[in-house]
Design a protein around this ligand. Structure first.
Ligand code: IDP
Ligand code: MG
Length: 140
């Protein structure tokens, strides 16, 4: 399994409840390393662009409103099979279906306010990392 990089976002429901450290600990305990990190507030245009793939979905407007409702922490995670590993640590989109011990099972408030985002494939990971970070900002 190759060393990969993936994009993680700690979402506004989690920053609001001061859960940043607890979520990062889950990544680190799974062997993922934080190689870039920034706390920021997304603009509406940023959130619409980032989630552009979902623009036809019924939940798109609410999702954008939620994602701009407070600060987020965007991070690049690095490790063996990091893309799938991050998805495994996050758990299913709907916390009701998420496995025990996952971020979404332990922390998510709802299917929308589900505490974390993770890239879903190598191409999206590369594009999502570029959306937030320059190469110089990433130190492995
Ligand atoms: P993922 O984050 O697990 O990859 P996606 O299907 O890519 O899930 O959806 C992106 C985000 O949109 C989810 O993390 C969640 O915040 C929100 N979302 C997905 N499905 C629903 C829904 O049915 N209702 C409300 N929000 C949703
Ligand atoms: Mg997704």
């Amino acid at each position: 399994m190759a060393v990969e990089r993936t994009l993680s976002i700690i979402k506004p429901d989690a920053t609001r409840r001061n859960l940043t450290g607890k979520i990062i600990t889950k990544f680190e305990e799974a062997g993922l390393k934080v190689v870039a990190s920034r706390r920021l507030r997304l603009s509406q245009a940023d959130a619409e662009a980032f989630y552009g793939v979902h623009k036809e979905r019924p939940f798109f407007k609410d999702l954008v409103s939620f994602m701009i409702s407070g600060p987020v922490v965007v991070q690049v995670l690095e490790g063996e099979g990091a893309i799938q590993k991050n998805r495994d640590v996050m758990g299913a989109t709907n916390p009701a279906n998420a496995a025990a011990g996952t971020i979404r099972k332990e922390f998510a408030e709802s299917i929308e306010a589900n505490s974390a985002h993770g890239s879903d494939a190598p191409e999206t990971a590369a594009n999502e990392i570029k959306f937030f970070f320059r190469d110089l900002d990433i130190v492995g």
